[in-house]
Every structure is written in C-alpha cells, then in structure tokens.
Design a binder for this molecule. Structure first.
Ligand code: ADP
Ligand code: MG
Length: 658
C-alpha cells in the first residue's frame, strides 16, 4: 500500500525471490539446468537475471531471458532498466521481431522466444550467452517447445551454459524430467486464501455478465482492485465501455478507474495499469494478465472462462484465432491473482459443473494445435532432417507435420525428398512466415523487389487504416481514394508510396485517416528487410515501374494455396478446400460493381462470417502455372511413390506452362 513512496530497493527486497536469493544462486551454481517455480509476482522475471548479473554471470556473456509475448519482453526490460538505474537499450535491452533495443553494452537481454530461435540459425552454439532463462515456459508456445528441444541439445555440448526454466506450477515436473531430472526449486511464496464463486447457471453473454459482476463488486464490496479476464482486444474494449456507461447511470457511485490491457495497446496506456490510483481500479485484460504481467492490489477476479487460442485445422491447412474455454489450470491461475495482497474473491462466470466436466485439466500445447510450416522450415534449415526424430516434449501430430511439409513443398522451399531446397534457404533468412518470405524471394526473379518489400512490410504492421466509429463515412471515403482496383496489396503499396511522396508527414496521415504510427513502423520493418535482402541475400532492389501486373503475379506465387473462385457477388469458394469465404466490405475489390473471378487472399478472419483479409485478383493461368495442387493433392509421405507422384504433378504443371 505504501508502494508509491517505497524506494526501488525496498520494493526489490520485499519480493519473495529476495528472501531466497542466496539459495537460488547456489542451486544455479551447482547445476547446469534448474527449473524455478514461483507464484506470479514473486520476482522471477525481474529479479533472477539481476541476481545472476550481480553474481558475475555476465562477465563472459549475456544473460538472455525469453518471453512468450512481445509486450512482456518490452515492459519487463523497461522495468529492470529502471530498477538498475540504467538507460534502456544499454546494459539492459530487449529484442522483439523488427525492433532491436540492445547495444554492445547489453548484458541482460529480454527477448521473445522467436528472436532467440532465429538467433540459433546464425549462432548455433549461442556463444554470446552465458545463461538463458526461459521464462514463462508453462505457456508452451510452439517456440517454447522448439527452444526446449534445441537448448537441451545445446546444453550437452556447451557445458558452461546455464539454463533456467521458469514456470508456474503447471508443467514444472515435466520440464525437470525432460532435462534429465533437473532440480526444481520453488520460491516460497506468501499467498492469501481466495474464495471461489461459481455462477449458478451458464451465462449467455460473458461480457454482459462480467460488467454486472464488476458493478456489483464496486457498489457492495470493500476496497480492493478488480481484474477481469476477457479474450481479446475487442471484448476488452466493449467491456470497458459498458462498465463506464453503466456506472455513469448509477447515482452517487464512487469513481472507478477503468483500464484496458491487451498486447496491441500502445505502451504508454499499458503502463497505466501499474500506476497507483486514488480510487478503486478495474483492469480489464486478455490472458496476458494470467501470469506474465502482475497487477498489485487486486482482490477481486472476474473470470469469463474463455481465451483466444490459435487453432490450426490441418484439413483446411489454416490457422485461426478461436474463442475457446480455458483449462482448469488456467482457471486456478486466474483465481490466484486475487490473493496476492490479501484474501480475495474470484467470481467465475461459469458453473462448477462446466469447470469439472467441460474443461481440460491443463491447456493443449500450441505445438499440437497450430500450423508448423515456419518451424519445419527453420528446423530443416539447421539440419534436423527428420522432424520425427527431434526431441519434443510433446510431439506434434503427424498430420500437422505432413500438411506443413506439403505447404512448404508447394511453395518450393522443400525439395522432393523433404529436405530444404535452395529457395527455402533464402526464405529462412527473412524473419517472415513462409508465404510472405516466398513472395519477397520470388519478387527478385520478377524484378519487383522494391514494391514487394513495401507490401510485405505493410502486412507486418497493425492495420494502417483508421476507422473511428463516429466518422465511418468520412474515413471510408478517404480510404477509397487509395484503392487500386482488383488489389488490396497494391492499395497498401499505394498508401505507402503516397505517404513517402508527401514527406512521411503525420498531418498527411491525419487528413487521410491513416495511422501514422503504423506507417512509421512499416518504414522501419521495410528498412530491416531491405538490409537482409541486400546484405544477406545479395539482392538489389528493382522496381517494376508502372507494371503492377507483375506484382499481382508475385502475390499469386506465394498465396496460391489460398486461391478462391467466385461464387456470387462478394462470395468465393476456396479452390483447394471448397470452403466458402467472403470479401470484406472494406476491400478494394468491393464496390467495383463486379468481383473478379479468381483471387488470392492473405488471411482469413472470423467475425460474423469468414472474411478474406487483403485480397488480390489473379489470372487463372498464373494459378495453373503455380501449383501441383490443381492436379493432385498429396501429402509428402515416407514412400517413394508419393514423391514420384508429386514430382510428376510438378512436371505436368511445367509442361502446361510450356
Ligand atoms: P514474476 O515473474 O515472478 O511473476 P515479476 O518479476 O514480473 O514476478 O514481478 C515482481 C514485482 O515487480 C511485482 O510485484 C510486479 O508488480 C512488479 N513489477 C513488474 N513490472 C513492473 C512495472 N513495469 N512497473 C511496476 N512494477 C512492476
Ligand atoms: Mg514473470
């Protein structure tokens, strides 16, 4: 409670990790691999690296600390720099994709798991590190699991490398076993009892129920902050708005600070959740607040029982974000957030029956439910010939490996025997998913790298179009001025080019309803990709000039597995899966009065129905040239016959082209 006036040193010394600092350092000194378990907020993320730094582990290398989330990597590095009284980016830095805030002085490096994974491509033995802390390993992202396998292998050859795996209680024992019975050290924590209240009946609308619950707590319960778990940016925002609205309608209610938190929220707004507030506050969060960010002072948790999960459907070969029931382990983790500062209450917006009988015990690791094309390409490129031989904590389903390999093969990144092809080697150099990487590599042959690198960069940043609810007509009209008929990709290119020729000015952005922040980010991403193209891939930028057809063709060469044929106005059928999908009303292809017969799309999003995001019209002849899939859909199996079939199909395609 006296936090605002406590010095940083006092705050650090009050953390549970501090009480066992010497013991932590001893167990780390005596073992190469240690698993550390501790309550959220005990100091694992912010303190461990500092203790090791203080104990001299940074003399011969950096301490790298991985985070599953970009936001966490940034905010934690910022906090640690503050605690150490250094400038962020010097001794303490962070690195996330397309944003490297480190320097030669950096000793403590916070980064996403993806960044460390890519570093293993160029620095196989990670010699720049004396220690790696795999933080939040219980999250079990695909990258966590791949890193676990790679680091286990590396630890056997680099005996001097310290490896620390931190985890919430779930999974800790499995990690220890995976590393040949490494010791598990539990940071003694003080936690307070939390009363768990279940809903009497299943709720119909979890946002509405959460809003009611928050109001009830605020109006009838003693002081203490409230933490609400929603699933994504959209329901977080809606929930915040509804709380404010309904509260305004209550006579004489005490003020309540309503704070959203989700990963796309600008950093300054995110930081507000840590501020002391004179009034009660309610933090409405996505799953990000479950373990990776700690909000002190929370005494009430309201749990929707859902989160957004990336789910891969190998049959249709596609990832999608789906609102999914959480597991029992997640539910308990969430409830625990109420008992950090004192006894608390957790309100679960689902029934006890649902908790016991409809929820998994623990979440399914991402590797078992997501597309693995990127990971397969990465592993193949570092010489893991057979994915089935890789030491996975939990192996991915064979079907997923096969579909991912098939997708890579159709892109030309794997050869007929399933090894990495020359094209794949070039694609791996780019920190991009296989399809955009292919697009950029293919641009070289088609003489349009200058344009395609812009398009890829624009696709890598949050939407550039600003659509404020109260000025929809105006902003839609502004966007339409950028439209290039038949292509959203070319529309993005057009926006970027216009922005540049208008001096990259913010005033220009405001006038045209374009997010200046996204534009600047796109420019940064572009500069980095250009560096890789020119430096590593030795490709000079070439411009297609006015020949934009060739750019569409390039888009087609990377996204042909997401080709669709017209069904009716605005409605298409995926040519490979037969699935019906729709043009989004904001697409440049909409409102031309007719819709092109054949298109490819960047991704599918589900809102009210399946919408294709970022679409370009293509010539069916290009499609015929592209893919063996129009002749035979086979997955690369182990048998020679299948390989021959695929080879034949490709030859048939080439033959047709000739
Ligand atoms: P753990 O990783 O064990 O969950 P952390 O090291 O993240 O714990 O947090 C330790 C303490 O530092 C917590 O009390 C948390 O509230 C505080 N803290 C972490 N990040 C910040 C921040 N950006 N601003 C203020 N306090 C923070
Ligand atoms: Mg942590």
């Amino acid at each position: 409670p006296a936090g605002a006036t406590r010095s940083i040193r006092e705050q650090r010394e009050s953390l549970p990790a501090f009480a066992c600092r010497d013991e932590l350092l001893r167990i780390i000194a005596e073992n190469q691999v240690v698993v550390i378990v501790g309550e959220t907020g005990s100091g694992k993320t912010t303190q461990l690296a500092q203790y090791m730094h203080e104990a001299g582990y940074t003399r011969d290398g950096m301490i790298g600390c991985t985070q599953p989330r970009r936001v966490a990597a940034m905010s934690v590095a910022k906090r640690v720099a503050e605690e150490m009284g250094v400038v962020l980016g010097e001794e303490v830095g962070y690195s996330i994709r397309f944003e490297d805030c480190t320097s030669r002085q950096t000793r403590l490096k916070y980064m996403t798991e993806g960044v460390l994974l890519r570093e293993t491509l160029t620095h196989r033995d990670l010699a720049q590190y004396s220690a790696i802390i795999m933080d939040e390993a219980h999250e079990r992202t695909v990258n966590t699991d791949v890193l676990l396998g790679l680091l286990k292998r590396l630890a056997a050859t680099r005996r001097d490398l310290k490896l620390i795996v931190t985890s919430a209680t779930m999974n800790a024992q499995r990690f220890a076993e995976f590393f040949g019975n490494a010791p598990v050290y539990t940071i003694p924590g003080r936690t307070f009892p939390v009363d768990v209240m279940f809903s009497k009946s299943a709720c119909e609308d979890y946002v509405d129920s959460a809003v009611r619950q928050v109001l009830t707590i605020h109006l009838s319960q003693p002081e203490g902050d409230i933490l609400v778990f929603m699933t994504g940016q959209e329901d977080v925002e809606v929930c915040c708005e509804a709380i404010r609205e309904r509260l305004a309608a209550v006579d004489g209610a005490k003020p309540l600070a309503v704070l959203p938190i989700y990963s796309q929220l600008p950093a300054d707004l995110q930081a507000r959740i840590f501020d002391r507030s004179p009034t009660r506050k309610v933090v409405v969060a996505t799953n990000i607040a479950e373990t990776s960010l700690t909000v002190d002072g929370v005494r009430y948790v309201v749990d929707s029982g859902y989160y957004k999960l990336k789910v891969y459907n190998p049959r249709i070969g596609m990832d999608s974000l789906q609102v999914t029931p959480i597991s029992q382990a997640n539910a308990n983790q969430r409830s625990g957030r109420a008992g950090r500062t004192g006894p608390g209450v957790a309100y679960r917006l689902y029934t006890e029956h649902a908790f016991k009988h409809e929820m998994y015990q623990s979440p399914i690791p991402e590797i078992q439910r997501t597309n693995l094309a990127y990971v397969v390409m990465l592993l193949k490129s570092i010489g893991v010939a057979d994915l089935l031989d890789f030491d996975f904590l939990d192996p991915p389903p064979l079907d997923t490996i096969k579909t991912s390999m098939y997708q890579l093969w159709t892109l030309g990144s794997l050869d007929n025997s399933g090894g990495i092809a020359p094209l794949g080697r070039r694609m791996v150099e780019l920190p991009l998913d296989p399809a955009p990487a292919k697009m950029l590599v293919a641009a070289h042959g088609l003489g349009c790298t200058a344009e395609v690198v812009t398009i890829v960069s624009m696709l890598a940043v949050p939407s550039v179009f600003y659509r404020p609810k109260e000025r929809l007509d105006e902003s839609d009209a502004a966007r339409e001025k950028f439209f290039v008929p038949e292509s959203d990709h070319l529309t993005l290119l057009n926006v970027y080019n216009q922005w540049v020729s208008n001096g990259c000015r913010d005033a220009w952005c405001t006038r045209h309803f374009v997010h200046s922040k996204s534009m600047r980010k796109a420019r940064e991403v572009r500069e980095q990709l250009v560096d890789i193209l020119q430096g590593t891939l030795k490709v000079e930028l070439q411009s297609a000039g006015a020949n934009w057809d060739v750019i569409s063709r390039c888009v087609c060469s990377a996204y042909f597995h997401q080709a669709a044929r017209t069904k009716s106005l605005g409605e298409y059928t995926n040519m490979r899966t037969g699935m019906v999908c729709h043009l989004h009303p904001t697409s440049a292809l909409y409102g031309m009065g007719f819709t092109p017969d054949y298109i490819v799309y960047h991704e599918l999003v589900y809102t009210s129905k399946e919408y294709m995001q970022c679409v370009t019209a293509v010539d069916p002849r290009w499609l015929a040239e592209m893919g063996p899939m129009f002749f035979s859909i086979r997955e690369p199996g182990a048998t020679k016959k299948r390989h021959t079939d695929m080879h034949m199909a490709r030859m048939a395609a080439e033959f047709q082209q000739a």
